[in-house]
Each structure stands twice: as structure tokens, then as C-alpha cells.
Design a protein around this ligand. Structure first.
Ligand SMILES: Nc1ncnc2c1ncn2[C@@H]1O[C@H](COP(=O)(O)OP(=O)(O)OP(=O)(O)O)[C@@H](O)[C@H]1O
Length: 274
């Protein structure tokens, strides 16, 4: 079943150079991008810096409106949704960002951070906020007794788990991970990836997973879209795209990553599936 459908999306940014007489210029960051995300799958978006991955993700999450094109969720066009339709969409689509600390309010306790999405909706959890936050903390592998602590009292990997718990609070159908593990040490990265995969097995939601580390992408996703200069140049199963890339840009991208060793990668995937 198709959960998210992005059709012909283009995003233009108007920028102005320095000085009073500077001319406005239009820059196309995302150019006629189309893709679908099926329920329960992970679609990765890869590409070099500036290729338009984050802009695409922000449009998919309706944090940004496209210049042209449409975004549909569960069969409903949400491109220009407002009010209740937009807030219901925002419950269903959550985003986990790269830098956990900058996306967590340093002045709030973890309990408040995790339950904030519910507060915005005016929902009070039946068991109470503390029990709700503690349950989510346990689910993401954090000590529930630490729910009155502040973000600065956690490590980077733990802080990213808090970001994930906050995303899960509203029971989303799609979680967009925008370089969500990129800032973490390799061993912590592996643990957070395991967590993301376990949560998906338990809850059956979908991911859009943006990353520049192709080994990570191969481990977590079933399909991958390759972006270059705002366009999707190749989209297919990971086996197809990584095993027999068709586009020259994908070949260049893969050639730049000596870390993808097929045997090592197969072992990692087997381990992850256990
Ligand atoms: N608000 C904005 N105004 C002007 N230009 C923007 C804006 N947001 C993004 N861009 C430009 O759009 C292009 C695509 O940016 P985007 O962040 O989507 O790329 P990305 O592939 O996610 O890159 P990275 O991997 O570095 O995050 C870049 O050239 C960026 O400078």
C-alpha cells in the first residue's frame, strides 16, 4: 500500500546577492522529483551535499511547500493542507534530525520533550505524562528513571534516542530520518540503526532515510533514490542500484565509497535480520 506519494515536486529558492542593487536569482534546489513510499518500507535518499535531499524531505514532511508538484499521504493530497488536515498529517509524519542537541530544547526535561507533541495536540496520556515518557524511554533503550534529566546530561547517541522517542510519541506512520545517525560514532551509529530497525519491525511504519554513508543505507533500506543536482537520477531496490548501477553519477558515488565490501555487507545484513 502506498503511504506517501510525491509527484513532480520542484522547489525554487529566490536568493539575493550582497549590496542594495544586487539582483534576485532563482535557484532550483529540487527539480521534478517523484517517488512513493510504501507502508512498512524504508526508502533511502542518497546524493552528495547540496543535491536536494533535505529539501525533498522537508517538502515530504510539509515543513516546506513545493513551488510545483504534489504530496499525497494515504491517498489524500496534503500539498496545501492547513488546520486540522495539516496537524493530522504532521502526527503521521515525524522527522528525526541530524544534530540531536540542536533539535532538543535544552531547558526542557526529557519527559517534557517527549510529551510535547501530545501537548501541542491537547492530548493527555491515560497513564499520565511521566508513565508515558518512561515507557517510550524504555522502548528506545534509555533508562526511564532519567526522564527528569535535561538533554545536556545525555551523550550524543542517547540524545538521538530521545529524538526518536519524541517522534514515536504520536504513533507516526512515516518517520523521516534526515542524516539521523551521521553525527554519531560508528559503534553508536550501529546501535541506533539496530534500534530504528527494531522499532520498524515492532510498529510497521515506514522510513525515509537520508544519509551519505552508503553502507548504512544498504543496511537499513529496501529501496534507494539517488539524487544529483536536485533530480532523482536513479531509483530502485538496493540490490539493483548498488549491484548494477545504471547512471554514471551512481557509479561515481559508489566508486567513492570503498567501504562497501559485499561480503562484509552481507554479514552485517544477516546479523541485522536476526
Ligand atoms: N532556504 C534556502 N534558500 C536558498 N537556498 C537553499 C535553501 N535551502 C537549501 N538551499 C540550497 O538548495 C540546495 C539543496 O540543499 P539541501 O539541503 O536540500 O541539500 P542536501 O542534499 O540535503 O545537502 P546536505 O547533504 O549538505 O544536507 C543547496 O544548494 C542549498 O544551498
Amino acid at each position: 500500500m502506498t503511504l506517501l506519494e510525491v509527484r513532480g515536486v520542484t522547489k525554487e529558492f529566490v536568493t539575493r546577492g550582497e549590496g542594495a542593487r544586487a539582483r534576485k536569482t532563482t535557484f532550483t534546489a529540487v527539480d521534478d522529483v517523484s517517488f512513493e513510499v510504501e507502508l512498512g518500507e524504508t526508502l533511502a535518499i542518497v546524493g552528495e551535499s547540496g543535491s536536494g535531499k533535505s529539501t525533498t524531505a522537508r517538502i515530504a514532511a510539509r515543513l516546506l511547500e513545493p513551488t510545483t508538484g504534489t504530496v499525497a499521504f494515504d491517498g489524500q493530497d496534503v500539498t496545501r493542507a492547513t488546520g486540522k488536515d495539516l496537524s493530522s498529517f504532521r502526527n503521521n509524519v515525524q522527522v528525526v534530525f541530524q544534530d540531536p542537541f540542536s533539535s532538543l530544547n535544552p531547558r526542557y526535561t526529557v519527559e517534557r520533550i517527549i510529551t510535547a507533541p501530545l501537548s501541542y495536540q491537547g492530548i493527555t496520556p491515560k497513564a499520565g505524562r511521566t508513565a508515558f515518557a518512561q515507557e517510550l524511554m524504555e522502548r528506545v533503550g534509555l533508562n526511564p528513571d532519567h526522564c527528569r534529566r535535561y538533554p545536556a546530561q545525555f551523550s550524543g547517541g542517547q540524545a538521538q534516542r530521545i529524538g526518536i522517542a519524541r517522534a514515536l510519541a504520536v504513533n507516526p506512520k512515516l518517520v523521516i530520518c534526515d542524516e539521523a545517525v551521521s553525527a554519531l560514532d560508528v559503534s553508536i551509529q550501529a546501535q541506533v540503526l539496530e534500534l530504528l530497525m527494531r522499532l520498524q519491525r515492532e510498529s510497521g511504519f515506514s522510513y525515509i532515510f537520508i544519509a551519505h554513508d552508503l553502507a548504512v543505507v544498504r543496511q537499513i533500506s529496501q529501496r534507494v533514490a539517488v539524487m544529483n543536482r536536485g533530480r532523482i537520477v536513479e531509483l530502485g531496490s538496493c540490490d539493483q542500484v548498488f549491484g548494477a548501477p545504471e547512471h554514471d553519477y551512481t557509479k561515481t558515488l559508489l566508486a567513492a565509497v570503498p567501504r562497501i565490501n559485499p561480503e562484509w555487507d552481507a554479514r552485517r545484513r544477516q546479523k541485522a535480520a536476526r
